[in-house]
Design a protein around this ligand. Structure first.
Ligand code: LR7
Ligand code: MN
Length: 570
């Protein structure tokens, strides 16, 4: 079995691969992880407090050292809770504006020191790892389009405060055509005093992909590290990333991304034992997963870097030369989205390795909506994703396209990117799925797919079956022939699913969406010869209600309301 796959995997590290991700070696012998107990490390003491409001141009801009105050708001990553009702009318206005402009609680952030202390997020084992003595230095590229002053500056200071100075060559701030006043001259004046910080400004809105490219073009260090503009780096975040690249130039590495709460700014970190890795679904959405069993078994320690099929996108380090060699980013991608999958596929398929490094933690403010303007009249996310699919996914692209009935629209010219793939002699997408992401459900293995139409009514089984809709009842809706919420797949094991959501019935009337568990049970269905949708566990059949709006489970009778047609049956 293993010999069969011997050609596969990353050349430099290949030993006895089953999956490419098994081949990646942690090299613990070199990383010197002693077993001795490590004393409990205290959180860093809070450092100085300073003004968080942007300096007014005629104000004296002195940095004042104030006494350490560990009770100050947000210290040690603590939550700041604000009772809106207790604010004066004027303050309440500020509070609302902060949310409106940023989609996070700017008001709370403004109360927190730009140098606030954070808990030491690292696993004990991390603290005793000795990294290579000679590490490459890095340029940190941070793109922003309209970011709150305190949030952007806390990002910058956390990089400076928590990176060994000799490893941090420069910070490159790329202003993607912001129009908030504080990001103009006040930002320049402030950054000039810090040294090390360059500001790059575009002449028009480019979107984060081209903005990163312009930041990259002025970077001079050995490694380039990208961060979003609302991050906080924790103690020791940088060394474990650089160490991997020092060992192998084609390692592309991501820190663990911790959650900074959008409301309270609480820094919430995950343990090394629950490190998540990146995946994607056939709607081209990035998703987080637990480490699959077959990989977990090969791990002798939770702090070992984990090979990951994809990256979230915003936070990673890459050798500057290697990024160049790999073809940086696709400049045809606009505003937001898709570039993370594109780079992930490219890294793996073209000979590199993508990893998440559990000893490196960076916090990120996760928002529930996007606060800024997007292009009007174009679905840039879809357009970007189609560019990825066209260039990298071979025939697998059709699993994505069938989700919106092949309505591709204009996605621009991708010939240069196809040329790149050819020149780099990259492997196939099939190789990627089989060796890097074997746990992904591949629709080609499904027995039936597409809309599920009722014989009795022009109605189709309909649900937004994504993770936000788990537990919601599946409904009937007029068939629209556009895929989307009416696209389903019947897997070989009897699941009716889309991505990670499965039709689940546990008695009563309604069918819900539930995460697919692969245990059959409430999620096992049969599409019978008589066109019934039969639920094995309960021996009931799916039936459209008389008004056509509901999907119900009833005793099997064979009436027309229990007869269903799948769009495609294999
Ligand atoms: O037009 C724009 N110009 C920009 O400069 C739009 C955005 N940006 C900047 C923005 O200011 C921010 O710093 O780009 C960065 C990302 O935009 P966000 O923060 O609004 O989006 P996000 O956090 O959801 O972005 C995630 O997905 C993106 C897909 O294109 C990028 O890869 C982001 O870097 C990525 N962020 C992360 O990976 C952090 C963890 C989130 C997760 C999962
Ligand atoms: Mn972000």
């Amino acid at each position: 079995e293993q010999a069969q796959h011997h050609h596969a995997g990353h050349e430099a590290v290949v030993q006895q691969p089953v999956h490419a991700r098994n081949d990646v070696k942690f090299e613990p012998e070199q990383m010197n992880v002693p077993n001795r107990a490590v004393e409990e490390v205290q959180a860093e003491p809070p450092r100085k407090k300073e003004h968080v409001a942007p300096p007014k141009s005629n104000e004296k801009e002195e940095e004042e050292e104030s006494p350490r105050d560990s009770n100050a708001p947000g210290e040690n990553g603590r939550a700041v809770s604000i009772t809106k009702e207790k604010l004066s009318e004027e303050e309440r206005k500020k509070y609302d504006e902060g949310w409106k402009n940023n989609a996070y609680n700017q008001y709370a952030s403004d109360m927190i020191s730009l140098h606030r202390s954070l808990p030491d997020t690292r696993d004990k084992e991390c603290r005793s790892i000795e990294y290579l003595k000679k590490l490459p230095d890095t340029s940190v590229v941070i793109c922003f389009h309209n970011e709150a002053w305190s949030v952007l500056l806390r990002t910058v200071h956390s990089v400076i405060d928590r990176s060994p100075p000799h490893l941090l060559k420069e910070i490159i701030l790329v202003d993607d055509f912001s129009d908030m006043e504080h990001l103009g001259k006040p930002l320049e004046d402030y950054m000039a005093k810090l040294g090390k910080v360059k500001i790059v400004r575009g002449k028009q809105r480019e979107g984060l992909i081209r903005a990163r490219l312009s930041g990259f073009s002025v970077a001079t260090a050995d490694v380039v590290t990208f961060l979003d503009s609302h991050c906080e780096c924790t103690k020791g975040w940088l060394e474990p990333l650089l160490d991997r690249i020092a060992r192998n130039e084609s390692y592309v590495v991501c820190p663990v991304i911790d959650v900074i709460d959008d409301e309270t700014l609480r820094y919430q970190y995950s343990k090394a034992s629950s490190t998540s890795i990146g995946g994607f679904d056939w709607n081209m959405q990035f998703s987080w997963h637990a480490i699959p069993d077959y990989l977990r078994k090969t791990r002798s320690s939770d702090v070992m870097p984990v090979p990951s099929p994809t990256m979230a996108g915003g936070l990673f380090s890459i050798s500057r030369k290697y990024f160049e060699k790999l073809g940086t980013y696709d400049p045809g991608m606009d505003i937001w989205g898709g570039e993370n999958l594109e780079l992930s596929f490219r890294v793996w398929m073209c000979g590199g390795v993508l990893e998440i490094v559990p000893c490196s933690h960076v916090g990120h403010i996760f928002r529930k909506r996007s606060p800024y303007k997007w292009r009007s009249g174009v679905n840039v996310v879809k357009k970007n994703a189609i560019r990825v699919a066209e260039v990298w996914m071979d025939d697998y692209k059709n699993y994505y396209y069938e989700r919106f009935n092949y309505d591709l629209g204009d996605y621009g010219d991708v010939s240069a990117r196809k040329e790149l793939r050819k020149n780099l002699k990259c492997k196939s997408f099939k190789w990627y799925i089989e060796h890097v992401y074997p746990e992904l459900f591949v629709p080609g293995e499904s027995i039936a797919s597409g809309e599920v139409r009722s014989k009795a009514k022009p109605m189709c089984v309909d649900s937004p079956a994504d993770h936000r809709n788990y537990h919601k009842t599946v409904k009937m809706w007029p068939c629209h022939n556009q895929g989307g919420n009416q696209f389903w797949m019947l897997s070989k094991s009897g699941e009716i699913r889309r991505d990670d959501g499965c039709l689940d019935y546990s008695g009563g009337d309604g069918v819900i969406i539930y995460p697919c568990h692969g245990q059959k049970g409430n999620q096992e269905w049969q599409y019978r010869e008589d066109n019934a949708l039969f639920h094995v566990n309960t021996q009931k059949c799916a039936e459209v209600s008389t008004d056509g709006k509901a999907l119900q489970m009833k005793k099997c009778t064979g009436i027309d309301r229990q007869i269903w047609y799948w769009k495609r049956i294999s």
